[in-house]
Design a protein around this ligand. Structure first.
Ligand code: GLA
Length: 506
């Protein structure tokens, strides 16, 4: 019997046992089938069963599988409960209400951003069985040996999400790729073209994932990108649904990795999304990410593995052991200074977790998307380069302005990010709104002087900020000039940054 078959059989047996304890018709207990649910969370049914006045139950949905009801109270035809989708810190569950009227019930509640106000009908065990969710067991954890040939410097490229969301198709991706090449940015290292959420369609009869109709042939798209000296990145989730509601890899992890490899995929971003309901503790999370890491490794194709679980459970400490080369350290960036600054200064991960092939990811770039000033975008780029973050641009490459190109194309700042030593900057001084970060480089060091305040500030550098010795050259990487000898006072604009490179003498 296949693993899936066995799982179905076991689930079926458990269900037969539990069905014996259903409260009868007319009471609140039993199976409540839901037909008109919004796609998120795709509610299928609520099951409530009780014995001797003690009730328990589950809500089954397309997104979260089967979630246990907590705080469950049955008072005649009125039932109240709460639901925890694994994201209680961000969106705690309010009280849900189910009110029974004969063979129908009215359900009201909320989960994450979705308000629920639906009717349900009483169902029989057979109907419930057809709607139950099969739980796929996770393999035991065994660490993977670190890959020695992947992402030795932080990955660079373009990603669709920040500018296009899921409004993407084959033609858009090709146009962006062409523009990346024509702009000269590919030749500066931006080689990954990452299709984020929104490419997935349904699975075929054998369970293989198909792209949706907007992506007629993923292999051909990969071939096209490869012919341009670019690489293809894709996106999936360990949950049944991705964050935008597309098909995730749940129950098909190995099969999906094989499909990606056959298409010629070079990079996978694996986003927890609905998997947060399934993988709640550190062990489950690590096993879920290890399952895909191992599956990618088993394909024999070098595929950069980007973990996106928003920095949960200290991922920087175990990301390499599940085959990852980079991991998000925090939630989503937005195209505004305060969001960027929070991710970039305060949630950029632990510098100790950074090494060649092992990178903290404070999220993709917003440079050129219009929500910040050019000064702020220079700060964004400076900060990402100093902490050795991936440089994944998120703007419309076909509408690249000279100002955006000057930021993304600053070779000297790119070189700080891509320095072969592979070390992250650390904050060496904080004085109110002023922060000084220092990153050791193979041939010296880079210093970032940042002003997080709303007024321009004169900053007087101390010798220990620079770590400079007599005779060393100090270059301003945005002004493209050496500082006159002995310069220690710099004016930093509101929300601005200066990046200095200290070049060791000799
Ligand atoms: C999450 C991720 C984002 C993006 C979206 C896509 O929010 O953190 O980077 O991939 O999902 O739905």
């Amino acid at each position: 019997m296949s693993r899936l078959g066995k799982m179905l059989a076991v689930t079926g047996m458990l269900l037969l046992q539990s069905s014996a304890s259903y409260a009868g018709s007319g009471s609140a207990g039993g199976v409540w089938l839901i037909d008109g649910s919004p796609a998120f969370p795709g509610l299928r049914m609520i099951e409530i069963h009780g014995r001797q006045g003690r009730y328990e139950g589950t809500v089954t949905s397309d997104w979260y599988g089967s979630l246990p009801l907590s705080d469950l109270h049955v008072r005649g035809p009125q039932i109240t409960f709460r639901l925890d989708n694994g994201n209680a810190a961000v969106s705690p569950s309010p009280v849900w209400r189910l009110e029974v009227k004969g063979e129908r019930a009215h359900i009201q509640g909320r989960i994450w951003y979705q308000t629920i106000d639906l009717s349900a009908r009483r169902g029989a065990e057979g109907e419930a069985r057809a709607r139950r969710f099969t739980v796929a067991p996770l393999p035991a954890f065994t660490p993977l040996t670190p890959a020695t040939d992947l992402a030795r410097t932080p990955p660079m490229g373009w990603s669709s999400w920040n500018r296009f969301g899921d409004k993407i198709d084959d033609a858009t991706i090709r146009r962006q790729a062409d523009a990346l090449v024509a702009s000269g940015l590919r030749d500066l290292g931006y080689v990954y073209v990452n299709i984020d959420d929104g490419w997935q369609g349904e699975r075929d009869a054998s369970g293989a994932i198909r792209p949706n109709a907007r992506f007629p042939d993923m292999k051909k798209l990969a071939d096209y990108l490869h012919s341009k000296g670019l690489r293809l990145g894709l996106y999936s989730s360990p949950g049944p649904k991705t964050c935008a509601g597309y098909t995730g890899s749940y129950g098909h992890v190995e099969q999906d990795a094989g499909t990606y490899a056959r298409w010629g995929v070079d990079y996978l971003k694996y986003d927890l999304c609905s998997g947060e309901a399934f993988y709640r503790d550190a062990d489950a999370l690590r096993r879920a990410y290890a399952q895909m890491g191992r599956a990618l490794r088993a394909t024999g194709r070098p595929i950069v593995y980007s973990l996106c679980e928003y920095g949960r459970e200290n991922v920087g400490r175990w990301g390499v052991s599940v085959g990852g080369q980079l991991w998000r350290t925090t939630g989503d960036i937005e195209d505004r200074y305060h969001s960027m600054a929070t991710n970039g200064f305060d949630r950029n991960g632990d510098p100790d977790d950074v090494n060649p092939g092992s990178w903290n990811d404070p999220d993709m770039l917003e440079i050129g998307n219009g929500g910040m000033t050019d000064v702020e975008y220079r700060t964004h780029f400076s900060l990402w380069a100093l902490v050795a973050a991936p440089l994944l641009t998120g703007n419309d490459m076909t509408a690249l302005t000279p100002a955006t190109k000057a930021i993304l194309g600053n070779r000297d700042v790119i070189a700080v990010d891509q320095d072969p030593l592979g070390v992250s900057a650390r904050r060496v001084r904080r004085d109110g709104d002023i922060e000084i970060w220092r990153k050791p480089l193979a041939d010296g060091a880079a210093i970032g002087i940042f002003n997080r305040g709303l007024a321009a500030r004169d900053v007087v550098l101390k010798e220990e900020d620079l770590g400079a010795k007599r005779g060393e050259t100090i270059i301003d990487l945005w002004a493209h000039r050496s500082l006159p000898a002995g310069t220690r006072r710099l004016k930093i604009a509101c929300h601005g940054a200066v990046v200095l490179k200290i070049v060791s003498a000799g």
